[in-house]
Write a protein that binds this ligand. Sequence first.
Ligand code: ATP
Length: 366
Amino acid sequence: MAGVTIASLHKRFGAVRAVDDVSLALSPGEFVSLVGPSGCGKTTLMRIVAGLERAEGGSVSIAGRDVTGLRGADRNVAMVFQSYALYPHMTARQNIALPLVMRRLGARQRLPLVGRVWPGTRAALAGIEADVVATAESLGLAHLLDRKPAQLSGGQRQRVALGRAIVRRPDVFLMDEPLSNLDAALRVQTRKEIVDLHRRAGASTIYVTHDQSEALTMSDRVAVMMAGRILQVASPTAVYDDPRDLRVARFIGSPRINTLAAEIGADGLVRVAGQAMGIASSARGAHVYALRPEHLLLATGGGLAAKVEHVEFLGEALLVHARLTATGEAVVARLTPEDRSRLPADDTVALVPAAGRGLLFGADEA
Ligand code: ATP
């Protein structure tokens, strides 16, 4: 099995540092999601690893072999994009077989492939059918192999695209928002299929997504990228519960983490809106106190007084948008639906942080 080592990659487009000194190592079989705001460099990084873009500095190694100078075709990397990029005139079978056909036929023989049918060359194609059928079966596509893309649903098309990626047993999968064209239910189902497929194939996977729930549910580790740099690479629970800085804390989690001005006194007491929230170990002075919406609870006594502005019922939860009476700072509390009956008629609630859940960041990060 193969791992991937990305070391000090740099890539600029004019004045934009699209990839700015990025290093990332994946162990063999590891699934790492790459998340970050639009334009932070995710696609550029993937294209460099795939060999579709040349970096200005740094290196990429796959299975211990430096592939920096190699063409994409010589890297044994399979890429799956948001757009399925299937050939419309070919059946699912032919689309899945294509990488194997390309590999086994010489360049001169390949040319007629652009046409309607495979050119014979039976010996070169022997064995391909068995690989295609096995791949199709693993993706639940066996009964659809004779259909053309236009006769398939979006989810089925994406599975054909996945089939085309796995059929040649790559060392590395690079997936760039592969599910973003699917509807919500299909996305959740296909997520599971991709994770299963990744496990069976044993290849390392880098998965770009703007959907955090995808990143958090599918990955061994999540890499958070901003402005060309990777800010944190850690397990899904670590990036969520223990973000390295305020930028990561704010990017991960929906609704966004609450951030409130805090003052830590000489006694070590952390005060938010004049109220003590806990003890800080060594930090003193102005800070930011951050708290996930689900860690803000209705108080039974005391607490931070807040005026409710808006309540959203999500089915499994109640999102309460409020403003602290003392400071006017906006907060969101994720409560249980049963809490609705505890919301006072005058819309003034008292909120308390769940014990031990507050995070402190330097005020300069705000
Ligand atoms: P998104 O989530 O919107 O797809 P991304 O994180 O994948 O964004 P990239 O596509 O890698 O971001 O782009 C990174 C930066 O590089 C952006 O500022 C983008 O405008 C710029 N960029 C990317 N490709 C080119 C190019 N070929 N020429 C000029 N600038 C480019």
